[in-house]
Design a protein around this ligand. Structure first.
Ligand SMILES: Cc1cc2nc3c(=O)[nH]c(=O)nc-3n(C[C@H](O)[C@H](O)[C@H](O)COP(=O)(O)OP(=O)(O)OC[C@H]3O[C@@H](n4cnc5c(N)ncnc54)[C@H](O)[C@@H]3O)c2cc1C
Length: 496
């Protein structure tokens, strides 16, 4: 989020020797109870009781660490309501500071901390209220809420959200970029269900954004990603009904079956004779250096199709080395697929009370596909997998169903016509290991790059992507640039 002009950006780094003006402005416009933390090196009087300072390591605020965050903000403000956000933005605009909102801190590249030195970070975490209207099936959430608690609370009213699977992810960044999850084939993206937002614009005004108020922003904020145009303080979301039951069949093969299994997965998705699955069915494949897994999920209680799909999958493949079958209620499923390694069944404690988020250390890349990967590229991909040392995982996820029936220009999310996507991830042990792991990741990614549509998803943001506006925004690039001009800001995601 940038509230300044492009020409200002050039002189911005050089011009400022201290942040006294900012401290004065914030302390006169925010209540004393609002925590504001400055890096100690920027405070003229470190013993002053007026300001808190910290020799902080900024990467502690981001849940994703990869040694890629190298700048220091001027201040971190812990806002507790939209009024605080307005006042911070007014100071920022007056004094030409860049402002970045941090909600769940789960940006893959740490962009909740922005990308520029001496910016203002507004931590939105405390603005996390939840109101469920069980009569009209809507939920109103503070932008700093995380999706785990939202899953928990909506379920108490027999509702849920069609969002992703990590409970610590922040609603704001997630919904603004799309928000894809297991219910995507049934209900689309989370952004498709945003009915209204309250947000602070560059002038510090609190505005309402919906189909009739600020329709261009309403379009843009559903899919273009967080950190652009405005700071959202509240979302009103259309809730969906949770599946009455979830069935999950998983089958694992060792490495020698990788190519056969990958081909079978693709033919299940692409072959006309077998691809007419209902939207209740989701097929996910995970490929690692050690094994390949296909998981079939069924959201509902009619199991014929589920059983038929399992037989279809297994008929032409070698017997899996292991299979598992689970039957769960929706909330247990949400929790179990979140990757938290805790066998407790106390979902309230896990999803609501005990939400201490872990730090993830990974680097990811992502591509969409509208045709199967060729046999030749699969060979290169499998050779690439074998060539590295460490942990690498590729997750294949379907992106069709109801999601692809929504007209492409209805929201800013432009990727409605792909069959599946691959997320490629490595997990370096430390910064030194990172370089070697990145090379490995690139090798595997490039092996199947030319078979892809060459577009990607903003929520899986990758700072190494060249020509990123086209890759993330495709045909919506120009319309987003026009909106950005209208808001007197420009995009702050990636280093220019
Ligand atoms: C472990 C993990 C699992 C994930 N799983 C999924 C998944 O299943 N499906 C999926 O679609 N995505 C998934 N994601 C990606 C996730 O949706 C994005 O990283 C998302 O941007 C995170 O939002 P956040 O609020 O937590 O992040 P933050 O880092 O706080 O913010 C992300 C961006 O949004 C901006 N922003 C934050 N708050 C606001 C606000 N209030 N107003 C305006 N801009 C704001 C930030 O400045 C930043 O640019 C996952 C990410 C991780 C790390």
């Amino acid at each position: 989020m940038i509230f300044t002009t492009v020409s200002y950006r050039a002189k911005f780094k050089l011009a400022r020797t201290n942040n006294d003006d900012l401290q004065t402005c914030l302390s006169s416009s925010l209540p004393l109870s609002i925590r504001t933390i400055y890096p100690c090196s920027t405070l003229a009087n470190q013993n002053s009781s007026q300001y808190q300072c910290d020799h902080f390591n900024v990467s502690g605020l981001s849940s994703v660490r990869g040694g890629r965050i190298s700048h220091f903000p001027a201040v971190i403000v812990y806002a507790t309501d939209s009024n605080n956000v307005q006042n911070v933005v007014k100071c920022a605009t007056k004094l030409n500071y860049i402002v970045n909102a941090r909600s769940g801190g789960h940006s893959y590249e740490g962009y909740c901390l922005g990308s520029m030195y001496n910016n203002i970070v507004i931590n939105m975490e405390a603005i996390n209220y939840t109101h469920i209207n069980q009569y009209d099936g809507t939920g109103t959430f503070g932008a700093g809420a995380r999706i785990g608690p939202i899953y928990y609370r909506t379920y108490q009213y027999n509702y849920t959200i069609n969002a992703g699977s990590c409970p610590w992810v922040g609603l704001a960044g997630h919904a603004l970029g799309g928000g894809q999850g297991f219910l995507g084939r049934l209900h689309g993206l989370l952004s498709d269900n945003i009915l209204e937002m309250k947000a602070v614009n560059a002038q510090g005004e609190l505005i309402t954004i919906n189909e009739t108020h600020e329709p261009e922003l309403y379009w843009a904020l559903r899919g273009a990603g967080g950190g652009l145009f405005v700071i959202v303080t509240e979302f009103k979301i259309r809730l969906v009904k949770p599946p009455s039951l979830v069935r999950h069949f998983s089958s694992i093969w060792y490495l020698n079956a990788t190519k056969l299994v990958m081909q079978r997965y693709q033919s299940l998705l692409f072959d006309d004779k077998i691809s007419n699955f209902s939207n209740n069915l989701v097929l996910v494949m995970g490929v690692s250096k050690i094994n390949v897994t296909i998981s079939i999920f069924y959201f509902g209680i009619e199991f014929d199709e589920f059983n038929k799909t399992i037989s279809l999958l297994l008929t032409t493949l070698p017997i899996p080395n292991r299979t598992d079958l689970y039957e769960q209620d929706w909330l247990t499923f949400v929790y179990k697929t979140s990757g938290i390694d805790d066998d407790s069944d106390d979902l309230q404690r896990l999803l609501l009370d005990n939400l201490t988020y872990p730090t993830h250390y990974f680097k990811a890349k992502h591509l969409f596909y509208d045709r199967p990967i060729s046999s030749h590229s699969l060979d290169k991909f499998i050779d690439g997998l074998a060539s590295g040392d460490g942990q690498i995982i590729m997750i294949f996820i379907p992106w069709d169903g109801y999601l692809s029936t929504i007209p492409v220009d209805e929201t800013a999310f432009p990727h409605r016509h792909y069959k599946f996507s691959i997320q490629f991830t490595v997990y370096p042990n430390d910064e030194q290991h990172e370089k070697q792991q990145m090379n490995w990741l690139n090798q595997v990614y490039l092996a199947v790059y030319n078979d892809s549509a060459k577009y990607s998803y903003i929520n899986y943001i990758d700072r190494d992507v060249p020509n990123w506006m086209s890759v993330y925004y495709h045909t919506h690039q120009q319309r987003l640039i026009n909106i950005q001009h209208m808001c007197h800001i420009y995009l702050d995601y990636l280093p220019s």
